[in-house]
Design a protein around this ligand. Sequence first.
Ligand SMILES: *Cc1c(COP(=O)(O)O)cnc(C)c1O
Ligand code: SF4
Length: 458
Amino acid sequence: MNQISVLDESRGDVVISTDSILPQFKVYTLKDIDRIVQLQALPESVLFEMKVVSSILPFRVNQYVIENLIDWSNVPDDPLYQLTFPQKDMLPPHVYQQMAQLMQQNAPRAEIQSLASALRRELNPQPSGQLEMNVPVASDGKRLNGLQHKYRETVLFFPTQGQTCHTYCTFCFRWAQFVGDEELRMASTDTSELHKYLLEQPGVTDLLVTGGDPMVMKTRHLAALLKPLTEPAFDHIRTIRIGTKALTFWPQRFVSDSDSAELLELLSQLVKAGKHVAVMAHFNHWREIDSPMAGRAIALLRQTGVEIRSQGPVLAHINDSPDVWAKSWAMQVKAGVIPYYMFVERDTGARQYFEIPLARAVTIYREAVKQLSGLGRTARGPVMSASPGKVEVQGVTEINGEKVFVLRFLQSRNPDWSYRPFFAQYCEKATWLDQLKPAFGEQEFFFEREYNAMQSRR
Ligand SMILES: *Cc1c(COP(=O)(O)O)cnc(C)c1O
Ligand code: SF4
């Protein structure tokens, strides 16, 4: 029997058998819904709803999440169930109805797929001008489709082999990447094109590898991408960030996969070569972190010298409570993870199901940090990743008798917009920047004229 030692919150180090920790990755998608044993206890109508929704939004869940994270005695309210299993109300009613009708008639596959494609287009598949405004052009005039270069210092790379995840989150703003419609996808560029582009850009200091989840990639693919950056020509790339949810959705990636040891060795080599390597861990609920396997993965990663920073959106049905955030941040700090961003759910896909008013989000943030020491207060937020930049809602106050939101850019298309406070009329219901109006009777926000000019120039 294979055994590993696992850090357990209450008991210290305990030895567990790897036979009980699902060494094999096993995943279920739309066509396997009827084979998920735990779902068989649910009414037939719920399974049908699930199939309707997942014909439009992506669905993928692995056995570890099903067995270790979801509390099946608390379905459908369980936050981890809401995070991974499609629910009827995740689609606008008219979108749901159209697809449900077609599927009730047992329509042919091709017809279902073509309706699905059409309906996806109603769900704002590429929010914030991602496809049009952020794709850089190489010196030879070629559009680099697997790259985004929106903020001066940082280039995002979407590697081909990383365009899926161990499990899909139901709220995911990258959902269009996963459903197979070519035009909705940020097609990837090969690694050599990324390296060439970085060589041409001495002003870029940060590379952010994202997806999907790059940790679904084999270590040898990650090595081909990252190892060359240790050469002197790439000295300007000081920071390498890797966005992932694997720490909680498949922690085995760092512990017991066939190439886990090589992965830890690769990260350790990058650190030794002088790079700041940050694993940008995506967490949505403390219950994900509260697992021996995740604890083990975090501990092993930290031994390589990488920093782990965490981010995730505030979401109705999943984590719209100060206590959930306070507990999550407290557990993270204890494990050595640095809270980084609290996001606002973006204007795409199932957003109407998950969104909460900005006013509520800012209260959740404040009520959560109030419970923690300074080390638990390092996340900035709530932040809207909007087309002009990342806008943080700092708070609500009253100025000259007018109730306002205090806002600022944390990142912006024009770097000079950042960290200047600006004000919007308070609105109890607003959920996104485009619903906010400038305060004090002003006609537009300070950046709007310049931003509009940028848009018309492209
Ligand atoms: C958030 C983000 C970054 C990184 O910004 P930081 O402030 O350095 O965390 C880079 N590019 C895009 C498109 C982003 O949304
Ligand atoms: S892990 Fe990230 S990219 Fe993957 S589905 Fe979840 S939110 Fe989307």
